[in-house]
Design a protein around this ligand. Sequence first.
Ligand code: HPA
Length: 275
Amino acid sequence: MDNMMVKIKETAEFISSKLSIKPEIAIILGSGLGPLVERIEDGKEIEYSDIPNFPLTTVEGHAGKLVSGTLGGKRVLALKGRFHYYEGYDVSQVVFPIRVLKQMGINNIIVTNAAGGINSGFKAGDIMAITDHIGLFAPSALRGRNIQELGPRFPDMTNAYDKGAVALFQKVGTELGIEIKKGIYAYAKGPMYETPAEILALRVMGADAVGMSTVPEVVTAVHSGMKVMGISCITNMAAGILNQPLNHEEVMKTAKDVENNFVSVVLKFVQNWDI
Ligand code: HPA
């Protein structure tokens, strides 16, 4: 068997053997959005450092553990902390957890992130349902020999973000009195924030928000046949839009301010997601 398949299976079996439930939804929690795990009932935790073949997180605000249990009546597995390309990982390491989740039998995934707002109708603190992405400028998550067992060589990305899930997310937001924006997420390699010229270019291309994650994971999830819901927390307006420099503290602070709304809407979404 291919060495990568051996690792994926070994890790999936390890995690499954430690859990008391079989998760049906995976949730990847972005910068500062980790507090959702506190709402998971009967939560069982596994540190990334205890998981064979898992990389370790390095960035502030990403703790690095799996939490599984019940959320909104569904069996979930949350990943608190993710791997970014800018940390120095190979993109195959960045998406390794997605391969493992699918191998565990999980077919539904919620991918969250902190992002800079490009759409001038957005403001810091908005929650955006991702309808599509632009990922042309970074190495592909699927580069290299294709393992047919994982998915097709040339996967279709036309419906990468599930339309029904986006509609449901907006509906539960409305019911809770939380406005949900919709838009296209552009992937930037980071770790530097973009220049104002880059943001103008991305705007012309149709992007509504920009961030340093999510696209490799979503491409991999779609490749493996998973249903994807993507959510951005607009933590700041992107470079050059407001007359002020960007910083990580601002991103973390806004993510914290949005925490309650984010948790409520994701919880209700999970409750109602027909899987
Ligand atoms: N750019 C890229 N990534 C980000 C931003 C941004 O403005 N805000 C939060 N993550």
